[in-house]
Design a protein around this ligand. Structure first.
Ligand code: SF4
Length: 411
């Protein structure tokens, strides 16, 4: 369940992320997010290491039935009373039929309270998102789209092995904005081999003109086993320079903030507030056929539940909280750590104090958060902060058990 992954999570089936607390070792999650995964794609993008499968045919009826059954099982096991957000991820969930998406939503609504206005997001690939298909998703209950644009440059899209062209991506965003006004997000990738700062900024500005109120930026990560990594490591393509990557990220932040976006999370920018928290998720079986067999035989494809210690829960709060521009409030910290305040841990002489003096971190009456500069280098700050937390930590006399777990990232 979630250690909370710092990257996009791709697993087969559904997983539940919840907010709430449990006492006496019994997990109770009044409000939760549900993330059904459609793990199939039409082709493999050259950079992708997510858990996805390219198969000649998908047994959509069986897959849909398993998604419904597992969602209901996990909601029951986690004692979820209300689902406040549903996120259909993948793979490529826009390859699923709107009927299947509707069936999953009906299955969830039949098991728990699904309030009117619940945010229901679907990740859409421009290659499988014509106007009628998107309209049918809307009719099925989807009210927000996250579109994998990645780039608006055809040469870059070919380098990434994307199936769609820039024109198709533009058209998908325009259609999506008409159908889902104020609720269309764009994913973009930067740091491609050979990409210049100017090309990235130009592309971002074009994406900005096209965009709605939400943009997600991801730095390209070269993952072992992908074609793109093999091309770079084999010398066929240039390695993106670290300094250039840092400059690209900083330039993007400046462009987006100047355009009125709030940088509310390391990878995410919005013109209106968004946020999240995570207290429970489960490690699900990755491979779809095995996952379906498990769901059919026992209702869910959970392979592992991890009970986090109180210290591990605090580490989770620290790692997730510092990714957001609001950081960790005193109230949020105290909720998980009533006996050890933020000041007691990070106000004491040590690594955190040094990071505050160097301008990366702020600890004040609002809580602990990164500065603008610190947010850009968060990954390099966290090891020091985690060390300091571990040193300061003393278990409470009577531990309170919360159930949480880790999510499985793609292979
Ligand atoms: S990047 Fe997305 S569309 Fe491409 S292979 Fe990976 S999951 Fe599929």
């Amino acid at each position: 369940m979630c250690f909370v992954s710092l990257r996009k999570v791709r697993v087969a089936g559904a997983h539940v992320q919840g907010c709430g607390c449990s006492e006496g070792g019994v997990p109770a999650i009044p409000h939760s997010a549900l993330c059904p995964q459609w793990p199939y794609c039409r082709k493999r993008c050259f950079y992708c290491s997510f858990n996805k499968y390219v198969v000649p045919a998908v047994d959509e009826a069986a897959m849909g039935a398993c998604l419904v059954r597992e969602a209901r099982t996990l909601l029951r096991l986690s004692q979820v009373q209300s689902v406040t957000s549903v996120f259909f991820g993948g793979g490529t969930p826009s390859l699923a039929s709107p009927r299947t998406i509707a069936a999953v939503l009906e299955g969830v609504a039949g098991a728990v309270h699904l309030p009117a206005g619940t945010e229901i997001t679907l990740e859409a690939n421009p290659s499988s998102s014509d106007t009628q298909h998107l309209a049918d998703f809307k009719a099925a209950g989807v009210n927000r789209l996250s579109i994998g644009v990645q780039s608006l440059n055809d040469a870059e899209l070919r380098l990434l092995g994307r199936e769609h062209t820039a024109a198709e991506a533009r058209n998908t965003v325009e259609v999506a904005r008409r159908l889902f006004p104020g609720r269309t997000s764009l994913d973009l990738i930067f740091g491609l081999p050979g990409q210049s700062q100017e090309a990235w900024t130009r592309g971002l500005e074009e994406a900005l003109r096209l965009s709605d109120d939400h943009i997600s930026l991801y730095q390209l990560t070269l993952e072992r086993g992908t074609l793109l990594a093999a091309q770079v490591w084999g010398g066929a393509l240039p390695t993106p320079a670290q300094d250039l990557l840092a400059d690209m990220y900083q330039a993007a932040r400046a462009v987006l903030v100047a355009a009125g976006f709030r940088h509310y999370e390391v990878s995410n920018f919005a013109r209106k507030g968004e946020g999240s928290c995570c207290r429970e998720a489960r490690v699900q079986t990755l491979e779809p056929d095995a996952w379906m067999q498990e769901v059919q035989s026992r209702g869910h494809g959970t392979r592992r539940r991890v009970v986090l210690s109180p210290l591990e829960q605090l580490e989770e709060v620290l790692v997730l909280g510092l990714r957001t521009d609001e950081g960790i409030t005193h109230a949020r910290w105290q909720h998980v750590s009533p006996h050890l305040s933020l000041e007691a841990v990070f106000g004491a002489p040590g690594e955190a104090k040094a990071l505050q003096q160097q301008g990366w971190l702020v600890l004040d009456s609002n809580g602990l958060r990164c500065t603008w500069e610190g947010l850009a280098v968060l990954d390099s700050l966290l090891p020091d902060l985690l060390c300091q937390l571990q040193r300061c930590w003393a278990p409470p006399a009577t531990p309170v058990h919360h159930t949480a777990g880790t999510v499985a990232a793609g292979p």
